[in-house]
Design a binder for this molecule. Structure first.
Ligand code: FAD
Length: 369
């Protein structure tokens, strides 16, 4: 008999299992996928750690979380500095002095600010849609080249038809700082995220290709308690309806050349290019294998924003009123389930960055273990 059956070997499940194991509990981890790691799973292809379910960059201001993950992986010094490609013109992101110099030829922060101020004046009164909101924050040039097409592809609608509240702020940096995240700590685990999860699950029994919901009765008999990190609506057989997600589709390609775009992430900000961005995975680890050798090939993923329908891989929860209310109803049902802990991004229907996932599961461990 196990003390805990952990459903899902993603970051949440792996850390829960690891902490329970440390406390001397007997733990069984299952996952319906053929691999551990959930959405942070990385697969080695031609020596490159490929982020199979979307690019993942670890970043946090939480020292405890950073120290915790560093017990299970060595993090490299990767810094996220995406590049925008607008019809072949390249710009630095997030908006900073490099961006403004390329856009207008301005050299000083005063010149850049003056340009933005002048263009913002175009909008008089309260912005009534996303287009007006963006122009009122950063002016028309940045809006047209760096915001409009990308946002329209993401939402599948014109910016004029999107509500202004979607964009509340658009940070403008009057410095030469391309570091996308304002985080104290940042990096990618050397050797990939899968290795980090393997280290967390060391000494713990893991069974893959096992769907909990299809074998619930037998599996429940194996353990005193269950930690469930799958979708909360699936647990209740969708009896109150489906929670909705926004989805992403990836088109992957292995290329017989060492360098495709010279950066991990390039955003395509025009409307005509159908993908939103291209990830070139090798640059998360500086194009080298673990021995420091240059890798001869490269692997890229084109990302497309796509509509989600029941049965698709759930990616980003939609935190609108309808879905939040439905989640609240499921949560009430979940609270009545004795001996089941619902956790993680699917169990709590919440967008958690990895550091928030770590903080959340460590809190839960403190509470119950
Ligand atoms: P998951 O990783 O989804 O794990 C849940 C596991 O449960 C899965 O392995 C699944 O197969 C399993 N499961 C589900 N149902 C069943 C069942 N019935 N039976 C058995 N097993 C089941 N965070 C960052 O900090 N930086 C980033 O750059 C970043 N990029 C992201 C990009 C994308 C596209 C997405 C969607 C998220 C990103 N995140 C990022 C967030 C990060 O992915 C999450 O914080 C983290 O993966 C959450 O882990 P989890 O264990 O809760 O969920």
């Amino acid at each position: 008999m196990f003390d805990y059956l952990v459903v899902g070997s993603g970051l949440y499940g792996a850390i829960f299992a690891c902490e329970a194991n440390k406390k001397g509990k007997k733990v069984l981890v299952i996952d319906k996928r053929p691999n551990i790691g959930g959405n942070i799973y990385t697969e080695k292809i031609e020596g490159i750690n490929v982020h199979k379910y979307g690019a993942h960059i670890f970043h946090t201001n939480n020292k405890k979380v950073w120290e915790y993950v560093n017990e299970y992986a060595t993090f490299n010094r990767f810094t996220n500095s995406p590049v925008a490609n607008y019809k072949g013109e390249l710009f630095s992101l997030p908006f900073n002095m490099y961006t403004f110099n390329k856009m207008w030829g301005v050299v000083t922060p005063e010149e850049a600010m003056a340009k933005i101020e002048e263009q913002r004046k175009e909008i008089k009164g309260e912005p009534t849609n996303l287009e007006e909101q963006a122009i009122s924050l950063v002016g028309r040039d940045i809006y047209e080249k760096l915001i409009k097409g990308y946002t329209e592809k993401q939402w599948g609608r014109d910016c004029k038809d999107l509500p202004s509240f979607i964009i509340k702020r658009l940070p403008v940096r009057l410095t030469f700082d391309n570091n996308y995240f304002n985080a104290l700590y940042q990096g990618i685990p050397v050797g990939g995220y899968t290795k980090m999860i393997e280290n967390m699950l060391d000494g713990i029994e893991v069974r893959l290709n096992v769907d909990y919901l299809e074998n619930k009765e037998e599996l429940d008999k194996l353990a005193e308690k269950v930690v469930y990190t799958g979708p909360i609506d699936a647990y209740f057989d969708y009896k109150l309806g489906y929670l909705e997600y926004r989805s992403v589709r990836f088109e992957n390609e292995l290329l017989d050349k060492p360098n495709f775009q010279g950066n991990a992430a390039v955003n395509y900000t025009d409307r005509e290019t159908p993908w939103t961005r291209i990830i070139e995975h090798k640059w998360f680890e500086f194009g080298k294998d673990e021995e420091g050798n240059d890798l001869p090939k490269t692997y890229i993923s084109r990302e497309y924003s796509s509509e989600w329908k029941p049965g698709d891989e759930p990616y980003y929860p939609v935190n609108d009123e309808k879905n939040s209310n439905l989640y609240a109803e499921y949560k009430e049902l979940a609270e009545k389930e004795e001996n089941v802990i619902f956790g993680g991004r699917l169990g709590e229907y919440k967008y958690y960055d990895m550091d928030a996932t770590v903080a959340s599961v460590l809190n839960k461990c403190n509470e119950v273990l």
